[in-house]
Design a protein around this ligand. Sequence first.
Ligand SMILES: NC(=O)c1ccc[n+]([C@@H]2O[C@H](COP(=O)([O-])OP(=O)(O)OC[C@H]3O[C@@H](n4cnc5c(N)ncnc54)[C@H](OP(=O)(O)O)[C@@H]3O)[C@@H](O)[C@H]2O)c1
Length: 287
Amino acid sequence: MKIGWIGLGHMGLPMATNLYNAGYDIKVWNRDIKKAEKSGLPYVKNLEELLDDREIIITMLFDSKSVEEVYEKILETGKDIKGKIFIDMTTIYPDTAKKIAEMLIKNEAEFLEAPVIGSVIPAKKGLLTIVVSGDEKIFQKCKEIFSILGKEIFYMGDYGVASTMKLVNNTVLGNFLTALCEAVILAEKSGIPREKAIKVLSHGAGKSMILEAKKDKLLHENYDTHFSVNLIHKDLGYAVDLGQEKKVPLLITSTSHQLYNSARAYNLGDLDFSAVLEIFKKLSNIS
Ligand SMILES: NC(=O)c1ccc[n+]([C@@H]2O[C@H](COP(=O)([O-])OP(=O)(O)OC[C@H]3O[C@@H](n4cnc5c(N)ncnc54)[C@H](OP(=O)(O)O)[C@@H]3O)[C@@H](O)[C@H]2O)c1
């Protein structure tokens, strides 16, 4: 099947590259066309071209707003999208996924909502976890594509459920990292060197995929972006909104959300979310 890929950010580029390397006929498009030119992948210069001959179109964008904008543009092209399969892999608010599904189904196209768990390194290795909502027959049709991008694939049922599960996962991710930062600073200000504290934590209560992935960043304060502060701030904001909707008070998540918000205020938004350590340092007057 001919694939069109929209969005070549930190995640989109390695994921599209994996499909290309697996032999798929893929063409990519990115809003900042320079990223498409540099990608080493076959690319088109505008969205319309992508819609002409592609059977499956995958989007990996930033947030709900960007996803709505891109799908509205797709419909505004007036191209016939009947029978095409669209898959959105962005982390978005569950109601947005439902809205996009409705828009596409009205135009006789198919839609799967398939956000991913795991960051840049699992994306490069094709080891993501993928949660998928939508028509199960269409999911089965696309399973081979998902199996190139990820290792664990979960079918979640109706629209909105996969996005909800993704937000649930990221409450753990965002809160666990702020808890780790708090612990590391407590150790440091009590005279325990950061390296030793991280080592002990990685054999104690901190032992986790998250500490494993972030320990070097926390130790060397190297915040090269894998998953940005702006993205975790977006996800925790969606989670807090969902908590409001469902009447579930998200007390811990709200606090973490504000810590990442503070990181944005210090212009750390584009850095890796481990840069929230800098906020804990400021709060405890560590330079
Ligand atoms: N990074 C991770 O570790 C990770 C892990 C799991 C899930 N996710 C989720 O996956 C998604 C992508 O993450 P990422 O790290 O790849 O983000 P990113 O590096 O910021 O890339 C965002 C992509 O979206 C495009 N975009 C943004 N707004 C747009 C708009 N209005 N119209 C068209 N294109 C637009 C950007 O295009 P330009 O290049 O033109 O700006 C870029 O290609 C996010 O929803 C994130 O929450 C990320």
